[in-house]
Design a protein around this ligand. Structure first.
Ligand SMILES: Nc1nc2c(ncn2[C@@H]2O[C@H](COP(=O)(O)OP(=O)(O)OP(=O)(O)O)[C@@H](O)[C@H]2O)c(=O)[nH]1
Ligand SMILES: [Ca+2]
Ligand SMILES: [Ca+2]
Ligand SMILES: [Mg+2]
Ligand SMILES: [Mg+2]
Length: 629
């Protein structure tokens, strides 16, 4: 909505432009007026819509054409004044003024016009008969009004209409010829209806209507008013009210009624509350609120946002099978301008036997988007109406920002350990997977989603994903582990390829040339970095070939104080095990421990931490074991 309004009055000489302005300001008819009134500014708090309003006069005797054109281009609304007792001044509206204004303004950014018939005190009849055909001919004319500067009739109304024409234009909402709302307005209101229909039954019940009323107008609706509204709809449209609630049809009818009765500011209030701008598009400030992410930080969803997303899931999982069928997904994203999830999402997160995204998979995908592309996540939450439903200032409230450095600070020398406050602990960790072509990286990603080799073979090439994300339990806490497959045949790895909490170097035990790549990558990029590394000996179900490298993988790991290579296969009957992923998450969470030089079996137990903390972790571990049963 505009922050101020500039009203320009034009028209033939002596129709009363200056008098109208003076009458408004002094609330009495001035007998003597100058040719042109000074520009006046009415302060926000005395105008009906509470925005500062500038009123600008025009005088042919005092101003050049050039000055007039300048004022026209600066104006937000133009009042074309004529005198009701002067036929010529009416003719000039269409023969001179409207074409002149249209020539000075862009076709798509036309200023609204108001036709003002002044000196109504001088005649008995109304000029409306002559004016209405003009109104029908020019859609830029917002409204017309007859008034009198002399007996102060309709003066404040005139300026109110002018203000309203700028702040709440009917143009984008309504097509007067068709007597219908415009398609873009129907589209916006339909989305608003869907967001407000919290249980997704296609009806706004009393609770939902009250919530809607409260968010849009800050006041609850009296029970009687609620009944009155429904009765109006009942009387006028079949199927407008169902099960004592408002249907979409009824909702749209109500707004048409508001607009037709000149109360379109009501519809605008609703549209603006849900993020729409004057062009009926969701505004950038709504979709992309300012959110500064400092370097070395990661982005996660807040607890409340997970609850919100959970309610969105529940609302659309109509058959309650804890998964979203293709129809349910389609319905969920109906409030989006485009379909945000491609078929690759089904290969990024957990799905059920039908290949449909499960509840867990759905939350994982949101977590992934938040981590990788927080702006996109804000945009998506905007489409879902997060800030409205959760009554937050902006979408930005959905995000929590975490320092990348370990949540657990270990001061090794005096063996003191600081656990950061619980709420600042990260719950999403990123693991990059590197390895030669064909070493089993994609399989490692897919196995994390519980898919064995047989299931993986069904994945279409063009539906592949370079990410997979799922939860693991570390010491009883649920964490997300995000796996990312890095393309192998690049001589140079980018910052993004290297930035992660833990690295997996995958080689194929069956391929004698595959370990060399891991060794090279390790020496070039990770030997001197703080990122913990894990070597994975994949396809362990196959024959182990001797690697063409100066050291065996085991000796290499020993030399560089790494875990011994972890044998791994997804050629299993059941879903592949999750232990390795839990281990990776633990390494990501506690990188200091991961670097210790210890044998894998006792690695976690012998990490050199203080006894007190050990007891804490021990207890947590105990709980984790209980939970996994
Ligand atoms: N009876 C009557 N006379 C009016 C009314 N409004 C203005 N007049 C008179 O009409 C004459 C012209 O008024 P102005 O306000 O100077 O008209 P204007 O449109 O500003 O004229 P220019 O500045 O020359 O373009 C003056 O004598 C006013 O007193 C009205 O509502 N009723
Ligand atoms: Ca409902
Ligand atoms: Ca379902
Ligand atoms: Mg004047
Ligand atoms: Mg691959």
């Amino acid at each position: 909505m505009r922050k101020d309004v500039r009203i320009l009055l034009v028209g033939e000489p002596k129709v009363g432009k200056t008098s109208l302005i003076m009458s408004l300001v002094s609330e009495e008819f001035p007998d003597d007026v100058p040719l042109r009134a000074e520009e006046i500014t009415i302060p926000a708090d005395v105008t009906p819509e509470r925005v500062p309003t500038h009123i600008v006069d025009y005088s042919e005797a005092e101003q050049s054409d050039e000055q007039l054109y300048q004022e026209i281009s600066k104006a937000n609304v133009i009042c074309i004044v004529y005198s009701v007792n002067n036929k010529k001044s009416i003719e000039k509206v269409t023969s001179h003024w409207i074409p002149l204004i249209n020539d000075r303004t862009d076709k798509d950014s036309r200023v609204p016009l108001i036709l003002v018939g002044n000196k109504s005190d001088l005649v008995e009849h109304s000029s409306m008969e002559t004016i209405l055909p003009i109104m029908n001919q020019y859609s830029d004319i917002e409204t017309c009004v007859e008034c009198s500067a002399k007996n102060l009739k309709n003066i404040s109304e005139l300026f109110y209409y002018a203000q309203k024409a700028v702040l709440h234009p009917t143009g984008p909402l309504y097509c007067p010829e068709e007597k219908e709302m415009k398609p873009s307005c129907i589209k916006a209101l339909t989305r608003i209806f869907k967001v407000s229909d919290l249980d997704n039954d296609g009806i706004l019940n009393d609770n939902e209507l009250n919530f809607f009323q409260r968010t849009c107008f800050n006041t609850p609706l009296a029970p009687q008013a609620l009944e009155d509204v429904k009765n109006v709809v009942r009387k006028n449209v079949t199927d407008g009210v169902k099960n004592n609630g408002l249907t979409l049809k009824g909702f749209l009818f109500l707004h048409t009624l508001f607009i037709q009765r000149g109360r379109h500011e009501t519809t605008w209030t609703v549209l603006r509350r849900f993020g729409y701008g004057d062009d009926l598009e969701l505004q950038q400030e709504y979709l992309f609120p300012l959110l500064k992410i400092p370097v070395d930080c990661t982005t996660e969803l807040s607890h409340n946002t997970y609850l919100f997303l959970q309610s969105v899931f529940d609302k659309h999982d109509k058959d309650r099978d804890c998964a979203l069928s293709p129809e349910e997904v389609k319905d969920l994203f109906k409030v989006f301008p485009y379909m945000p999830w491609g078929p690759d999402v089904n290969n990024t997160v957990c799905t059920n036997d039908q290949g449909w995204i499960t509840y867990q998979g759905y939350l994982s995908q949101w977590t992934l988007t938040t981590y990788l592309d927080v702006q996109r996540c804000l945009e998506y939450l905007g489409y879902l109406g997060y800030s409205i439903i959760c009554e937050q200032e902006s979408q930005a409230a959905a995000i929590t920002v975490h320092l990348k450095s370990s949540p657990l600070t270990i001061v090794t020398r005096n063996k003191r350990i600081d656990l950061q406050k619980k709420q600042t602990q990260r719950s999403v960790f990123r693991c990059n997977i590197l390895g030669a072509r064909g070493s089993g990286k994609t399989s490692f990603l897919q196995a994390f989603l519980g898919r064995n080799l047989q299931k993986q073979r069904k994945i279409r090439e063009d539906h592949k994903s370079f990410y997979s994300i799922n939860t693991t339990y570390v010491y009883g806490q649920e964490k997300y582990l995000l796996l990312h497959e890095v393309m192998p045949d690049m001589d140079f790895l980018s910052e993004a390829d290297l930035a992660c909490d833990v690295v997996c170097l995958v080689y194929d035990v069956n391929n004698p040339r595959s370990f060399e790549y891991c060794a090279k990558i390790y020496k070039q990029y990770f030997m001197d970095s703080k990122t913990p590394c894990m070597v994975i000996a994949s396809k362990s179900d196959l024959h182990e070939a001797r690697q063409h490298y100066s050291l065996t993988p085991l000796d290499f790991c020993r030399k560089h104080k790494l875990h011994p290579p972890q044998p791994w296969t997804c050629n299993t009957v059941d879903a592949p095990g999750k232990e390795l992923y839990t281990k990776l998450t633990t390494m990501a969470m506690y990188p200091h421990m991961a670097q210790a030089n210890l044998k894998s079996s006792t690695f976690w137990l012998r990490a050199s931490v203080g006894a007190t903390v050990f007891a804490v972790l021990g207890f947590a571990m105990y709980r984790a074991i209980i939970k996994q049963r």
